[in-house]
Design a protein around this ligand. Sequence first.
Ligand SMILES: Cc1cc2nc3c(=O)[nH]c(=O)nc-3n(C[C@H](O)[C@H](O)[C@H](O)COP(=O)(O)OP(=O)(O)OC[C@H]3O[C@@H](n4cnc5c(N)ncnc54)[C@H](O)[C@@H]3O)c2cc1C
Length: 495
Amino acid sequence: MTPLDDLKPRYDAVVIGAGLGGMTAANNLAKLGWKVLLCEHHYQLGGLATYFKRKGGHTFDISLHGFPHGMIKSTRRYWTKEISDRIHQLKDVRFLNPDFQVHTTFDRADFTRILVEQFKVPAQVVEDFFAHLRAMNYYDNDPRTTRELFEQFFPGRPDVQRLLLEPIAYANGSTLDDPAITFGIVFSNFMSKGVFIFQGGTDTLINLMTAEMKANGVDIRRNVLVEKVVTERDASGRRRVTGVRLRDTRFGGEAEVACAVVLSNANVKDTALKAVGEEHLDPAFVAAAKAVRLNSSSCQVYLGVREGESIPHIGDLVFTSEAKPFSSSELTDFHTTSRTYSVYYPDTRPHTKVPRNAIVTSINQLWDPWAALSDADYAKHKARVAEESLAGLEKYIPDIRSKVDHVEVATPRTVNRYVRHSRGTSFGTKFEGLKVSMELPNQVAGLYHAGSVGIIMSGWLGTINYGVIVSAKADSYLRDPDAAPLGEAAASAGV
Ligand SMILES: Cc1cc2nc3c(=O)[nH]c(=O)nc-3n(C[C@H](O)[C@H](O)[C@H](O)COP(=O)(O)OP(=O)(O)OC[C@H]3O[C@@H](n4cnc5c(N)ncnc54)[C@H](O)[C@@H]3O)c2cc1C
């Protein structure tokens, strides 16, 4: 059997990529009655929201560090109650740096208390700040940067600004110089009720999502790369999707299938400029797509605690840094001292027979310094990052080295290799990417994009919600009697 065996000659929709955005969109379209093909170039589904296993009984989560409370509602509405019921709060978030030591549940009530009692900010200012953030909308034409927003409410308070921005820089890669909205919306989302994760681990989540997609009839193909979105002009001169060209990444086979809709979960720039091709798009749109800046990337250090060993409780999510003063550029510096430890105690996977502990260090990084390294220097710097991570952790768990029996480092190059994101971007694009993503169907009828974009539509919650929004648009297109080719597509959904 190869991954291309038994493909139908035609689907209503082909989804490129099985990240959270792609899987949500594929599942939604299948539930609406459409014939959906989901192609993932990797052997594993989930995209960045995935996991890997290593000798010694270790399972590591790539991006299960924390998301807002909104995931409970989104997964219940668009996935299943079983998935939604497993989402639970992380109650112990810590910030340990030269400016302050804060222990918090990371919700509005607790942050208000900390800002007022520990940082001595007048209660009214804190109240006004939260009210101001709650009123922000992503479609507002607000030219302010996050730096300007902070100066408006907390002038001359770099410590307060650090407390507010550092966690969000980890959650969406935003900096002081990004639009204020990219901080405001994501921070407000977390402040509503705190930070949540999925109990059972990403492996359980992806298994549940896969079962649900199969039950709804999604044709899932792993190890299948979508090389090209095939388009042509219709009788009225409008360019539209007609199919995709596929390649089996294991055995090298090729196939072409017809479809009315392509919904891409791949990076938006790659979707437009490579999969469709510049020659098929308006020059002004091509220029806008090329101008979109990619977001930052990351390194991670995966530390597996030996079976039978326990570790003390040091917090669930521990933001550490030795930098003083805080700056957005220090946060992504090649030699940054800023590291966040996600600690996975046995209750992360309560179903496992043997209780396990793991710690994942996250470090924000940029692509260029890592891309430029020779093989020897690459190995050297991976070892350095692992060593710095262990040395940092020794402050909180002095005997950690004797408890860990697996250490592995991922870099921006790893992200690029496994999910194909240009420059190993962790959170898609900067803000301007959202406009390009939403404009795609106007360039090519039947072409949609759902995936980390614009800082806001990123992270687990952002991409799931974006997948829902975009699949609803694709559904409308498939049902529109003026949107050819509708013959078989409409028939299969009973339109
Ligand atoms: C280290 C790290 C930690 C993170 N931590 C968190 C966190 O704690 N909380 C949070 O909310 N978010 C976190 N994020 C961000 C979050 O994981 C992502 O925003 C989200 O998972 C991205 O989902 P997506 O739908 O954009 O798809 P992606 O996960 O980017 O997946 C895209 C998929 O498309 C596939 N693909 C690409 N091109 C093709 C092609 N041509 N053919 C076939 N398949 C293709 C890729 O292989 C991939 O599976 C983190 C990200 C990183 C990197």
